[in-house]
Design a protein around this ligand. Structure first.
Ligand code: SAM
Length: 377
């Protein structure tokens, strides 16, 4: 797999986190290269420019533009870890970069904004709204992405919040979008977080813009909620890949002895889960929230029950890889004799990996679309 990014700014060694043996994917795409070439040709950046980079996948933009002291905002903890890792691998000083989570924005105005178009349109919308107060008439905003990840809705939303857009020619299936900022007459309010009431409860569920199934309860999650264990003796239960934390919320309600551990690598997921838990239980219950990669931070043989509705993509890359890692981590982290419960779309065939890792695997419930499996350590 190619790891050397060769652009006008320099040659940089770049890898994706989590590191995997036999990785086949590069840590950047043609849109990163297109954007970096354009920036070099246009002399857009000066030594004193305030540069903001949004949604850099694994650090290609931030690393290549390190000398401009970028502020890098991302909703993904893993993306930020990758960027840090790649800074270190290229012997760059981390003092030159400021990392911010997706809910923690700078207040100073910016000169150049580079946006890698995120997978979720709602996240782009939230970001454009948060960006607005930082723009001046002189700010340049450029969005970049692979053509297949930039449907017409991306242009529309940029026009709605920023101004007229102009596309570049497509190069190697990548495209840039330039904007001419216009003073908008309309005052926009940010529709996120989005709230809905969870059926048959009085829980009001907050969902920040990048949260899985942010507008209503996902049908898979609904099926899982109907089969969650109740009144167990479990002391420590993990909601692995918690999103808005609904699964852990109901586990806490129905398992009085349990202490809940909510895990996600998305800033917005953890913020939503925290808000939802605190709102549901006020000060009557405590839980722990972990912004991290799966169960890497957990001790071996420490948990009594893990429940997981695994992700099926990392950024734009679809696959079972993260799910597989989560199953392997669960095997390490569960106490002997304790269980992992997994829900997945029938066609994802998680039972094959689960059986290989845990030796046997039971079906708890299934319907036309979903299966819930249980495995024991
Ligand atoms: C399919 S969603 C499930 C959300 C929620 N548990 C539910 O059932 O509605 C998967 C979640 O896994 C999270 N995720 C993805 N990669 C992760 C990783 N490496 N570590 C922890 N969480 C991750 C995603 O951010 C997302 O919130």
């Amino acid at each position: 797999m190619e790891t050397l990014l060769d652009v006008p700014q320099g040659r940089f060694e770049l890898q994706r986190l989590p590191l995997r043996k036999n990785e086949v994917l590069r840590a950047w795409d043609a849109a990163d290269e297109y954007l970096l070439n354009y920036i070099a040709e246009s002399n857009l950046l000066m030594d004193n420019s305030h540069l903001l980079i949004l949604n850099d996948g694994f650090g290609a933009l931030t690393v290549a533009l390190n000398e401009f002291n970028p502020v890098a905002i991302s909703d993904s903890w893993l993306s930020q870890q990758s960027t840090q890792f790649n800074y270190s691998e290229n012997k760059l000083s981390l003092e030159k970069i400021e990392f911010k989570g997706s809910l923690d924005w700078p207040t100073q105005s910016v000169d150049v904004v580079l946006i890698k178009v995120p997978k979720t349109l709602a996240l782009l919308e939230d970001q454009l709204l948060r960006l607005q107060p930082l723009l001046t008439p002189k700010t340049t905003v450029i969005a970049a992405g692979m053509v297949k990840a930039m449907p017409a809705s991306v242009w529309k939303i940029m026009e709605q919040y920023l101004g007229t857009t102009k596309p570049s020619l497509a190069k190697r299936k990548a495209r840039l979008i330039f904007t001419t900022l216009e003073k908008k007459q309309e005052q926009f309010t940010n529709p996120y977080p989005f709230y809905y009431q969870l059926d048959n409860t009085n829980y009001l569920i907050a969902n920040h813009a990048n949260v899985f199934s942010r507008e209503s309860l996902d049908i898979g999650t609904r099926f899982l909620l109907d089969h969650l264990p109740k009144n167990t003796e479990a002391k420590d239960i993990v909601d692995l890949g918690c999103g808005n934390g609904i699964v852990g919320l109901l586990l806490a309600r129905d398992n009085h002895l349990a202490h809940l551990h909510f895990v996600d690598e998305s800033y917005m997921a953890i913020a939503s889960a925290k808000e939802n838990f605190n709102h549901a239980f006020a000060a009557t219950k405590q839980a722990k929230f972990y912004l991290t990669d799966g169960l890497t931070a957990f001790k071996a043989d420490s948990m009594d029950l893990i429940i997981c509705n695994p992700p099926f993509h990392q950024q734009n890359t679809v696959g079972n890889q993260i799910a597989l890692t989560m199953f392997q981590q669960s095997r390490r982290v569960l106490k002997k004799g304790k269980e992992l419960m997994v829900i997945g779309n029938r066609h994802l065939d998680y039972h094959i990996d689960l059986k290989r890792i845990f030796r046997s695997c039971d079906v708890i419930a299934s319907n036309k679309k979903f299966v819930i499996w249980k495995v024991k350590k």
